[in-house]
Design a protein around this ligand. Structure first.
Ligand code: C2E
Ligand code: MG
Ligand code: MG
Ligand code: MG
Length: 294
């Protein structure tokens, strides 16, 4: 991971070394090299999508999944979004990466539906510059039409800051997604600058409570109160609530008591390659059938 590690190290020291012209040049050169490598990776389709199951808290079943991009680097192995998403965005490559992710997801949805014809939503993350691109919706439509995937099978995750950055425009964009038949959810809810009063006006279907609030429940009384309040208020507004980063049984008990709808997290499964996700779905279908047979 030499060039990645170098990029990270340089990024950390950003504030200090900008005074040293020579180091800044090294940084610039590395950055350009990294961008060129990223561009090549897009051409070679080195990106893959992992799926993290979303579990219903009422049935305990997989009801959907979040699509999470990984860079399958030929020398460095699987790289995670923290290592390249920001740079892709800065290099103006996030749009192309997003379309590649959507293309893979559409193809995979067809195989999920071969196992379970009613299989629910796949959630795709959007970043700010994608969301603000006026051609986005049209591009999305041409990809899903190509695969004949209905918009109802896809949900887009956007963050509060993406919406709050330019509320009027965001509202128009969100309406466009809803009118086209996609679902929308607010990702990392609670970490941005919006509030439940704004939430009321956003045309979204669900909120995902950020992992940082889930981490210490039920031990931390403040976080526990916040999580409960978000769930109650979101439900009052008619929104579905998903908890992210659930990795312990006692978190699950609290969330069940608070009537949270769905959860995601290492407790059930991390994000897995498509083959493994298909296997999880297959197992669930087989179990459902054997229950019916008895
Ligand atoms: P996110 O949308 O908030 O995704 C959830 C992240 O939390 C994922 O990290 C997931 O693996 C991780 N996670 C899930 N459950 C647990 C848990 O129980 N414990 C812990 N510690 N972590 C958990 P990942 O895959 O590294 O993704 C990081 C971020 O990268 C995502 O955050 C999302 O903002 C962004 N991202 C991922 N895929 C895409 C993509 O295709 N397009 C765009 N624009 N952004 C993406
Ligand atoms: Mg997300
Ligand atoms: Mg999230
Ligand atoms: Mg998060």
């Amino acid at each position: 991971n030499a060039d990645i590690a170098m990029y990270r190290a340089k990024n950390k020291g950003k504030d200090n070394y900008q005074f040293y012209a020579s180091e800044m040049n090294i940084h610039t050169i590395e950055r350009l090299a990294f961008e060129a490598r990223l561009r090549k990776a897009l051409e070679r389709r080195e990106f893959v999508v992992y799926y993290q199951p979303k579990i219903s808290l009422t049935t305990g079943k997989i009801v959907g999944a979040e699509a999470l991009v990984r860079w399958s680097h030929p020398e460095q192995g699987i790289l995670y979004p923290n290592d390249f998403i920001m740079l892709a965005e800065e290099a103006g490559l996030i749009g192309r990466m997003g379309m590649l992710v959507l293309d893979i997801v559409c193809k995979d949805i067809l195989s999920f539906r071969q196992i379970d014809g009613q299989f629910g939503r796949i959630a795709i993350n959007l970043s700010g510059s994608q969301f603000n691109d006026h051609q986005l919706l049209e591009e999305i439509r041409s990809v899903i039409d190509f695969w004949r995937v209905p918009p109802s099978a896809i949900e887009f995750e956007i963050t509060e800051s993406m919406v709050m950055h330019n509320r009027e425009q965001a509202m128009v964009l969100m309406d466009g997604f809803k009118d086209a038949g996609f679902s929308l959810s607010i990702d990392d809810f609670g970490t941005g600058y919006s509030s439940l009063s704004y939430l009321k006006r956003f045309p979204v279907d669900s909120v995902k409570i950020d992992r940082s609030f889930i981490k210490d429940i039920p031990a931390d009384p403040n976080d526990t109160a916040i999580v409960q309040a978000i769930i109650v208020m979101a439900h009052t507004l008619g929104l579905k609530v998903i908890a992210e980063g659930v990795d312990a049984a006692d978190q699950l008990v609290s969330l069940t008591n608070f009537s949270c709808d769905e959860y995601q997290g290492f407790y059930f499964s991390k994000a897995v390659p498509v083959k493994e996700f298909l296997h999880l779905l297959q197992t669930q279908m087989t179990n459902a059938k054997s229950v019916l047979a008895h």
